[in-house]
Write a protein of this length. Structure first.
Length: 178
């Protein structure tokens, strides 16, 4: 299962790269067309939509590689066992936060679809398709936070077993240091 999500994250991140290229092209076309006093309507808004899609589809890959912003100043001074516990707690908080965000964006996307929400202007652009792509990205982000939390729990469990085995060996040999 982890391999499947890794593959999906790779596909999404590759797609995000192409989206960034598309966004640059849209903005360049917008700037050039404005230079000739013939602006193409809706280009700036469309580039914002492309940017939002790139951000949300790329979130799971960032979580997979643990590349999100983290404040590690305090964690670096903790002993290894307490650091693993703190890592697990932050992972569980990330699961809860991502779940709440997913739920809120899903409700907003459904409402947007039901009301046919769109950006008004010279060109009417529907917003709801972008919001459902955001939901897709958040689903994979949430699943990736769950995978990350399970990995952190396994690390913590493994380290606790290692400490327990070490204590058992010391008690058998009678070599205790106080």
């Amino acid at each position: 299962m982890k391999h499947f999500f890794h593959q999906v994250n790779q596909i999404f991140s590759g797609f995000c790269g192409w989206l960034m290229l598309a966004m640059m092209i849209l903005l360049v076309i917008d700037i050039i067309s404005r230079s000739f006093a013939k602006p193409i309507q809706g280009m700036a808004e469309l580039s914002v939509f492309v940017m939002m899609i790139a951000i949300y589809l790329g979130m799971a890959r960032c979580e997979e590689n643990k590349e999100h912003v983290a404040l590690e100043f305090v964690l670096n001074y903790l002993p290894a066992a307490k650091r693993r516990t703190a890592d697990l707690l932050t992972s569980l908080l990330a699961v809860g936060s991502a779940g709440i965000l997913l739920y809120a964006v899903l409700l907003n996307a459904i409402n947007s679809f039901q009301t046919n929400e769109s950006l008004e202007g010279t060109v009417e652009l529907a917003i709801w398709p972008v919001k459902f792509v955001m939901v897709l990205g958040l689903i994979f982000f949430w699943i990736q936070t769950i995978i990350h939390s399970v990995e952190e729990a396994k690390k913590l469990n493994k380290s606790k077993k290692g400490v327990a085995e070490s204590d058992a060996r010391q008690s058998q040999s009678g070599d205790r240091t106080y």
